[in-house]
Design a protein around this ligand. Structure first.
Ligand code: SAH
Ligand code: SF4
Ligand code: F3S
Length: 445
């Protein structure tokens, strides 16, 4: 969960209304919260840090797994219970849970004032003005919020949503239902926004979309967009997430290899190392195709870091399927992996398929992959000790305030003893120690 404190001082505090936003889920949701705050800023709302100070409390929610949804339901009930009667604070849900459960939320969560899906943010001001509980859960094939300036948070990294929605309908996944159909944002709008982002002092941009590499607007495909972003002055690094393996092509691989600012890191979800499971999930590629893709990426980008998403316990996943996943993860030498137990989602194609893997077995499989991945990441990182890397400084180190922290090109967290580098700058760091999640070192003089 992240709370957003992007502010707009366009409006006099005396007339402005206080907005508190909490964001759950993926980066696309974080970027959407910036759109929400941007849209409401023009209606006189400004952000506050605490729910107690707010006139409007909005939770931007995630429904990717049941656990995420339960967490939000609990949190909103807690906020409703804390609401003091003497102030008319409006509390609502935005995002994917809102879209997934729709108007029903107003019945199941007494005291909830509004429900707004991912395509309804333009009308939020109107919803907030209503006197009774309201829902706006209309998906819109054309909504891209192109004309709404996001209220970006502070820091060195900016999000840039380049496409919305998803057309893939992987059998387990709720996203196409809650985010609607795929649509790309016009290239000139994106590049103009990126130039603004650079002028505002951000050094790094992350291009966002659920199948980000399916981007296409007119003649510009994802590879073309990467090349255009690479040209924007002031931006030092270009990242993107999440690409779909089946949407990857030679043009994108070449752009990654040739564009100096496009970071040598890719998050490439594989979900499973078994062809039978990939087929059942309808992922649109085989293990061999994935393996071949990673080989071509590594050839084009020799210092590439690779991460992935994996689901264990998908219906029908046998012990052998699971072993294949474990083996593929070892073979791919992932730097990092997000590992999940399968969670049935109402409305998806896999929903209702008998869960053949017990909760206990899912847990055991997950634990094993986590342990293997920790060990693997430790080995990979320890081999970096003694080498040099470049860190974009984003903060002071949590536990050592006189040290700095940031990410290197491979998106690894590096904490280091500085000798002159400041926030927002690139520092050359010699790595002296490594754990499975962090590198430590010293800035080169
Ligand atoms: N668009 C991205 C994935 C977005 S969702 C892609 O296709 O690669 C992020 C991750 O959540 C997925 O990659 C998947 O590993 C996991 N996930 C999605 N639905 C899930 C479910 N029903 N149960 C468990 N994990 C799930
Ligand atoms: Fe979900 Fe598949 Fe779309 Fe990713 S590509 S968001 S996993 S349906
Ligand atoms: Fe969650 Fe919605 Fe993102 S379901 S992962 S917040 S698109």
């Amino acid at each position: 969960m992240a709370s957003l404190s992007g502010t707009s001082d366009l409006h006099d505090a005396a007339v402005s209304k206080a907005l508190y936003v909490e964001t759950y889920g993926c980066q696309m949701n974080l970027a959407d919260s910036e759109v929400i705050v941007g849209a409401l800023a023009s209606e006189g709302y400004r952000c506050v840090e605490e729910p107690e100070q707010a006139d409007v409390i909005l939770l931007n929610t995630c429904s990717i797994r049941d656990h995420a949804e339960q967490r939000v339901a609990q949190r909103v009930r807690q906020l409703i219970a804390l609401r003091r009667d003497n102030r008319r604070v409006r509390i609502g849900l935005a995002g994917c849970v809102a879209q997934h459960r729709r108007e029903k939320l107003l019945e199941t969560i007494p005291g909830l004032d509004f429900v707004v899906g991912p395509d309804g943010y333009r009308r939020l001001g109107q919803l907030l003005a209503a006197d009774e509980p309201v829902a706006d859960v209309q998906l819109d094939r054309r909504e891209t919020y192109e004309d709404i300036a996001p209220a970006r948070g502070e820091g060195v990294r900016a999000w840039l949503t380049i496409m919305r929605g998803c057309n893939r309908f992987c059998t387990f996944c709720v996203v196409p239902y809650v985010r609607g159909r795929e649509r790309s944002i016009a290239t000139d709008v994106l590049i103009a926004d990126l130039r603004r982002v650079a002028e505002q002092g951000y050094k790094e941009v992350t291009l966002l979309g659920q199948t980000v590499n399916a981007y296409r607007s007119g003649d510009v495909d994802f590879a073309g967009l990467l090349r255009l972003c690479n040209e924007v002055e002031g931006i030092e690094r270009v990242r993107y997430t999440s690409p779909h393996p089946a949407d990857m092509n030679e043009r994108t691989i070449a752009a990654m290899g040739e564009c100096a600012k496009v970071a040598p890191y890719i998050h490439l979800p594989v979900q499973s190392g078994s062809d039978a499971v990939l087929e059942a999930m309808d992922r649109g590629h085989t293990v061999a195709e994935y393996r071949d893709l990673v080989a071509r990426l590594r050839e084009a980008v020799p210092d590439l870091a690779l991460s992935t998403d994996v689901i264990v316990g998908y219906p029908g996943e046998t012990e052998r399927d699971f072993e294949a996943t474990s083996a593929l993860m070892e073979e791919m030498a992932y730097d990092h992996a997000f590992l999940f137990k399968y969670s049935p989602r109402e409305g998806t194609r896999a929903y209702g398929t008998p869960d053949t893997v017990s909760e206990e077995e899912k847990g055991a499989r997950l634990e094993r992959l986590i342990a293997e991945q920790e060990e693997r990441a430790l080995g990979i990182n320890q081999r970096l000790v003694g080498t040099e890397t470049e860190v974009l400084v984003e903060s002071t180190a949590k536990r050592q305030p006189d040290w700095l922290a940031g990410k290197n090109p491979q998106f690894k967290t590096v904490v280091f003893e500085p000798s002159g580098a400041r926030l927002g700058e690139l520092a050359r760091v010699r790595i002296e120690a490594a754990s499975s999640h962090t590198l430590r070192g010293r800035e080169k003089q």
